[in-house]
Design a protein around this ligand. Sequence first.
Ligand code: FRU
Length: 491
Amino acid sequence: ALYGETHRPQIHFSPAENWINDPTGLVHYNGRYHLFYQHNPSDKIWGNMHWGHAVSTDLIHWEHRPVALRASPEGLGYIFSGSAVVDWNNSSGFQTGDHPPIVAIFTHSSRDNHQVQSLAYSLNGGDVWQMYRGNPVLDNPGIADFRDPKVIWDKARNQWVMVLAAHDMIKFYRSDNLINWEYCSDFGQDVGSHGGVWECPDLFPLDLPDAGGQKWILIVSLNPGAPNGGSGTQYFIGDFDGRSFHCDLPETLWMDYGPDNYAGVTWSDVPEQDGRRILIGWMNNWQYANALPTSPWRGAMTLPRELRLIRTDAGLRLSCAPLAELATLRRGNPITHRNVLIDEAYDLGNGAALGELLDISLQMDWPQQEAHDWSMHFLNGDDEELTLNFDMRSGQLCVDRTKASFRIGDVASFSSEIIAPIEIGGETSIGLRMIKDTSSLEIYLEDGRGLLTLNYFVESRLDRLEMRSGRDGHPIKLKAASINALTGIWD
Ligand code: FRU
């Protein structure tokens, strides 16, 4: 089958061949969602950075396109991460034909790592790209890590705004034409996590959950320094006045406690009648990204996710949920379970009846005071296993993939403990959603919180799913389970 190699993601995007890292230049135009990505077209390791390209009309199925932006052998050689916007009013003056220009703003890096910001544009709706002759448009002020420009249209003030990662701070700029940029402000002093370099920022407004008003979200990826080691993504909730960002809370909020969701950014120019804020991340971690045991490609994206603001006991939080479109991949009737009291081990599905690609919804209950923990086991007869331990008393999910680390088991960071807090206040029930691919698992709380994304690698298929009651010996109630098999996106 096409893209049927061992470990090849079947519901997540991956390049046909070679290396991939960050998603970049995410833009919608004329019914097509463009996904550009950091790509080495000549090897399975990082280097020789180009912008690879794919398009989708439904954010589920992807069509590979030729490389859009090429590294050049000399001078400003590498094309690093950035963003793209539709320049509807031709503020840049690049337009020649019927289509508004689509303008990409990206970091141009020399081989000795001198980083500046440059432009490229497409005049035919995103298929053919050319470099702007006046590059770079933003010079380096003497900061080694100065990259990943995300440009947005600031509707309220009729201006372009750029957020840029500068070592472990974010710099804000403004422009009328995407070519001349004026420095506005710095963000990051005394807030957030500074355990590593800040990368790939994004800035956008979201509606408040209880109607009336909006808040601005600033997303900042960080490497290393994530809660479970290596690469991770923090976010800030606050206000933006056109020149600077002020956050409401000084504490660090994490988008995903899993080890494999990095450099996520959102699509520009999603049609207003749709109105969703949609993010996709690189499903990987710099700790071991160059060692994933796959061929002829290396790396993949997370599923696209809808971002929303929700109100929790602890205050406003960002939630990330799979897109409704994912349901179009469901096939056949789901395996269902209802009102099962689990006091030892319970078989949720096995053999051929349990598909390899799964969309699982679970409702758990622990009416008795003492019963508060349980575990889930994706396993096979070859002693391979992915284990999820839920403990509602301490409010955490602990994932063990040490027995699902085929050919990467020697990379210590891949086998370390993965822990996510689950804050559900005084509740005694929980809804969970899990999306399982050939080599990844995404776990969401019902309301989109507590998200955990991880890769795993097994030699033979995990063809059993078991639930076990916890260490305290008290039964736990599986109120409802629905296990849907999915069709692969390349089928
Ligand atoms: C993040 C990153 C970006 C940079 C790109 C280079 O993963 O380090 O900061 O633009 O990768 O490939």
